[in-house]
Ligand binder design. Structure first.
Ligand code: SME
Length: 137
C-alpha cells in the first residue's frame, strides 16, 4: 500500500540521517552479501556515486570485513595497502558488519574527508544502528 516503506527506503533514510547529522560522515552506505556468492553488492547509500558496486570478499576494507566479521577502522586510507579508493577526497573509513541471527550479511560503510575522525564511540554507535537494522531482516 501507499504507506508501505520498503527496507531499502528505510536504509536510505538512515544513510541520509547519519550523513546529515554527523559532520565527518561524508559518504554513508550499505553493502550486502550477494546470496551465497563471495562478493558484496552496493545497497542504499548517500554521497558521491561510486564505481564499486561489486566487491569480492577479501578486497578492500569492505571485502576484508566480509571475511573477518570485525569492525575495521582506517584512520588514514593512504596507509592501507588493501584499500579500494572511491574518491581522492576520502581520508578515512569505518566499516561495521551487520549480523542477522549471527550471520554477517553485510555492513555499513562510512567514508570521511577528515583524517582520523573515528573513535570507539563511532564503533559502539554503528554497532547499535546495525542491531536495530537487523530487526528489519
Ligand atoms: N573504500 C572501500 C570501497 C567502498 S567505497 O569506500 C564506497 C574499500 O576499500 O573497501
Amino acid at each position: 500500500n501507499q504507506n508501505h516503506i520498503s527496507r531499502n527506503e528505510k536504509l536510505f533514510e538512515i544513510c541520509a540521517l547519519l550523513k546529515n547529522n554527523i559532520e565527518y560522515y561524508n559518504w554513508v552506505g550499505f553493502y550486502f552479501r550477494n546470496g551465497e556468492k563471495e562478493e558484496l553488492l552496493l545497497g542504499p547509500y548517500v554521497g558521491e556515486p561510486t564505481d564499486h558496486t561489486v566487491i569480492p570478499f577479501g578486497k578492500g576494507i569492505c571485502g576484508q570485513v566480509a571475511v573477518s566479521n570485525q569492525n575495521f577502522v582506517v584512520p588514514d586510507v593512504a596507509a592501507q595497502d588493501n584499500y579500494i579508493a572511491c574518491s581522492f577526497t576520502v581520508k578515512s573509513e569505518i566499516v561495521v558488519p551487520l549480523f542477522v541471527n549471527g550471520a554477517n550479511i553485510g555492513q555499513i560503510d562510512i567514508d570521511s574527508h577528515v583524517l582520523n575522525p573515528f573513535s570507539e564511540k563511532d564503533e559502539l554507535f554503528l554497532e547499535f544502528v546495525n542491531q536495530e537494522i537487523a530487526k528489519l531482516f
